[in-house]
Ligand binder design. Structure first.
Ligand code: ZN
Length: 377
């Protein structure tokens, strides 16, 4: 491994494909974001939004129904408009770089399931949002942020036991030796783990991942089968130790706290900006359905500030979890090799432009992570 790391030319060569893949995804993502913003702006500024609302009002009276239908039309229009891009990034690119195990129809089917789950969670939330807005007026952001806090805690709780099984088969891992080691490691971190689960990531992708999900009684460690099949027990142990690091350093609780504070702040700002800018577009009431995309526009602009801040915090947490992984296992070499293998398997850019990393990366680049690990005592 030493030789491999010293040879920078090799790393650069290896990284060319990954860079191409990552940059293509990045540029398309940025382009899609800018295009959506402009389209939505034109949609409101040139009166199309008002026309759509008025048109729906010729058929229906109920405000909630009009609200949902309006969003439905917008949702359908945007998914048709962006379907070529979604096909290109979600299916074509993944196959071009040999990362996918999906057939075309399997890809469509997974997309349908995602949409359905999104609707089941999203529609009640949207109705609640509109109800809160109609009841509390300009102060809607306060009760809505409280509601979102409750919903996100609830979703985090049901995630591993209700939502994940819709997409993957979740089963206890069979490797008894590894299981014993993971349980011992968890005990050291002060976490009672009864079982370790794997999920069949390989049905969709060749990429690998592990996660620590759930809250309270649903807390559990999940390993992709793509990870279990390609890594040594030592390497897997370091991945688990990293996830346990997040638990030990209280990142889960901290993330809930940070998320709550930032959602209060973001909703507050969105409410003020929406209210102030109503008249610019010829609206006169915040509950006017046609004015609601304005919220999304302001939300996107606020996101430009919020995103790098939350990524910065996330990267800090990742360094802390890495540090815990090394200190709790004493397997520095195994951990470094795991990170290198993972990055190669997932075709991650090992050395993204520092600005790109700073703005977009929730995890530090592999180069920075390994440097930090090497410098650990
Ligand atoms: Zn992590």
């Amino acid at each position: 491994m030493g030789a491999k790391k010293c040879n920078r030319a090799d790393l650069t060569l290896d990284n060319t494909q990954a860079k191409k893949y990552s940059n293509t995804k990045l540029f398309i993502g940025i382009g899609e974001g800018i295009a959506s913003f402009i389209l939505l702006f034109v949609f409101i500024a040139f009166g199309f939004s008002t026309h759509l609302e008025n048109y729906l009002r010729t058929f229906f009276i109920n405000d909630y129904l009009i609200f949902l239908l309006y969003l439905f039309v917008l949702g359908i229009a945007s998914s048709i408009l962006f379907s070529p891009v979604n096909y290109y990034t979600g299916f074509y690119l993944e196959h071009k770089y040999n990362l996918s195990n999906q057939t075309f129809w399997k890809w469509i089917w997974e997309g349908c399931k995602e949409t359905l789950v999104g609707l089941v969670i999203g529609v009640p939330l949207l109705l609640l949002f509109y109800f809160v807005m109609r009841s509390f007026g300009i102060y809607w952001w306060l009760p809505f942020a409280v509601l979102m806090f409750i919903v996100s805690v609830f979703l985090a709780q049901i995630m591993p036991i209700v939502i994940l099984p819709i997409f993957y088969k979740v089963t206890p891992i069979e490797n008894e030796n590894l299981k014993t080691r993971i349980i011992a490691l968890s005990k050291n971190a002060g976490l009672k783990v009864e079982n370790v689960f794997k999920f069949n990531m390989s049905k969709n992708t060749k990429k690998a991942n592990a996660a620590f999900t759930g809250l309270g009684r649903t807390k559990r460690i999940l390993l992709g089968d793509t990870l279990l099949d390609n890594y040594t027990d030592d390497e897997i142990e370091t991945v688990i130790a990293h996830e346990l690091g997040h638990y030990k350093k209280k990142h889960i609780i901290k993330n809930i706290f940070i998320g709550t504070v930032s959602s209060f702040l973001v909703f507050f700002l969105m409410a003020q900006l929406h209210y102030i800018s109503l008249t610019w577009f010829g609206f006169n009431n915040i509950i006017q359905v046609a004015s609601l995309p304005l919220l999304a526009l302001w939300g996107a602009l606020i996101g430009l500030v919020q995103e790098p801040i939350s990524n910065y915090i996330s990267r800090k947490f990742e360094y802390e979890a890495d540090q815990y992984a090394v200190q709790s296992t004493n397997k520095k070499e195994a951990f470094i090799s795991t990170l290198e293998k993972l990055t190669e398997q997932n075709l991650g850019d090992k050395e993204p432009h520092p600005l790109v990393e700073w703005f977009f990366y929730s995890h530090p680049s592999i180069k920075n992570r390994i440097e930090a690990i090497i410098s650990l005592q």
